[in-house]
Design a protein around this ligand. Structure first.
Ligand SMILES: Nc1nc2c(c(=O)[nH]1)N[C@H]1C(S)=C(S)[C@@H](COP(=O)(O)OP(=O)(O)OC[C@H]3O[C@@H](n4cnc5c(N)ncnc54)[C@H](O)[C@@H]3O)O[C@H]1N2
Ligand code: MOO
Length: 433
């Protein structure tokens, strides 16, 4: 579907950015270091499960905050038999009042007599309580009374900052009197899908392509630690790009990051860089020495939104997202850059020839693990999804290549952890270019 379709001459090309293509590890780092965590968000309790607490949860008053009965029966003062008085009145010595489990014990209560241990007799409209076993001694002081403050005292920290909140933490916060909690915010991500050849339903005709991003990006954004926001579709004109990049993630659809797909090339129909420049933004990263995905771009717009330009080729886009989108969302969400993990390669992958006189590139190759070794899967062309669909991880083969039996960095897929270390690697190896 195409919206916002206009035509206009793009402004003069982005000038003077002077960026070289960083290597793949450098691009990951740069995407993580270009920002810090978003300020905490205040969420109602029912939305806070799984989030990381920013401000400790303290008891707003003693827990429990009043002395209560642990049993159904009678609150009594001293030894029996006791004269029954209406509930809610203070108890004088020798007094008793009906009480239910959890009920506020009246002032003067020394113990609770369980219902099954007492019997009420009514001599001439003067009801009194006796113990069923005929005992006359006073029940043990505090028997079946839950005193105030036994679970926590007012001001006590119940859940420290940094805790990943489980449902029981939320219940505890409610008991402690809280309605909202401060948690580390997650970045909201708006998505702009471009390309007038892209169709969203049915079998595409020659010259058309079926959209591969709409069905997966919302889920993947969540798996990378973001919250998927507004999705917009546009064609290929510069005006449409400019309008979409200006609007996406603003106003009531506020977002911290805008992800675009397509338009990262350098032809007259590729507008990511020029639209960023026209909006007063700056490129933080202009291309990465990786493939697929080398045209990927990271920018900061004048209003502070980040823009991640993913190449249009489907696998290139997802490898770019793993390389710079994941680290950017982690940084905004207050998470560290994930350490690289390693596996033993099951295949020889030769050195990358580079592009012209340029240095070689890191190759990101969807892989599977067999007998503890990582093997590239088939169907991993830049425009293909078939290999990724059956992959268990991504090999990041350095420019120098890797020999069978050598250590190779591997990235988890956003939707599945890597197989356990014992099933793939024997330890880390330094990055070698
Ligand atoms: N002369 C050169 N041409 C190209 C170069 C180059 O260096 N010199 N690099 C190639 C590489 S690598 C990539 S990756 C792409 C980057 O392309 P863009 O980001 O500009 O994307 P588009 O041109 O708009 O589209 C590329 C390709 O992707 C398809 N596409 C776009 N959106 C979708 C979608 N939602 N679902 C499925 N497929 C999509 C689009 O139809 C194109 O086939 O440039 C190369 N060219
Ligand atoms: O980013 Mo392109 O693959 O390298 O298709």
């Amino acid at each position: 579907m195409i919206t916002h379709e206009h035509t206009a001459a793009p402004p003069s090309p982005t000038a003077g950015q002077g960026l070289h293509d960083p290597g793949w590890p450098e691009a990951r780092r740069l995407a993580h270091e270009c920002t810090g965590p978003l300020p905490p968000a205040r969420l109602p309790l029912h939305e806070a499960a799984g989030r990381t607490l920013s401000r400790p949860v303290t008891a707003l008053q003693d827990l429990p905050h009043y002395a209560s009965s642990a049993m159904d029966g009678w609150a009594v003062n001293g030894a029996g038999p006791w004269q029954l008085v209406p509930s809610g009145q203070p108890l004088a010595p020798g007094g008793a009042a009906v009480i239910a489990t959890g009920g506020l014990v009246p002032q003067g209560t020394t113990a609770v007599v369980r219902k099954e241990r007492g019997i009420v007799t009514d001599a001439g409209g003067n009801p009194s309580l006796e113990l069923t076993d005929g005992g006359t001694g006073a029940p043990r002081p505090g028997q079946d009374v839950r005193p105030a403050g036994t679970e926590a005292l007012a001001g006590e920290v119940l859940v420290p900052a940094g805790t990943v909140l489980n449902p029981a933490h939320l219940a505890l916060a409610a008991v402690a009197g809280h309605d909202h909690l401060e948690v580390q915010a997650k970045p909201v991500v708006a998505v702009v899908l471009t390309g007038s050849e892209v169709v969203t339903a049915g079998v595409p005709a020659p010259g058309q392509v079926r959209d591969t991003f709409g069905p997966q990006l919302g889920t993947v954004i969540g798996q990378l630690g973001g919250i998927a926001g507004q999705f917009t579709r546009i064609g290929d004109s510069f005006d449409a790009w400019l309008g979409a990049l200006a609007d996406a993630g603003t106003g009531s659809n506020r977002a911290d990051v805008v992800i675009t797909t397509g338009g990262t090339g350098k032809s007259g129909t590729d507008h990511f860089r020029n639209a960023v420049a026209a909006l007063g933004g700056r490129l933080l990263l202009d291309g990465i020495a990786m493939r697929p995905g080398h045209p990927a771009v990271l920018a900061e717009l004048a209003d502070g939104r980040f823009a991640v330009g993913l190449p249009g080729n489907p696998l290139a886009a997802m490898m770019s997202l793993a390389t710079i989108g994941g680290p950017l969302l982690a940084a905004l969400g207050g998470l560290p850059l994930a350490d690289l993990q390693y596996a033993v390669s099951g295949s020889d992958v030769g050195p990358d020839a580079g592009c012209g006189s340029g240095p070689g590139r890191t190759r990101l190759i969807p892989c599977r693990f067999l007998s503890g070794l990582a093997f590239p899967v088939a169907h991993t062309g830049p425009g293909m999804m078939r290999g990724l669909a059956w992959a268990e991880g991504i090999m990041a083969v350095p420019p120098a290549g890797v020999d069978s039996g050598g250590q190779v960095p591997v990235l988890p897929l956003p939707w599945a952890p890597l197989p356990p270390k014992s099933a793939r690697a024997t330890g880390g190896a330094p990055w070698h270019a």
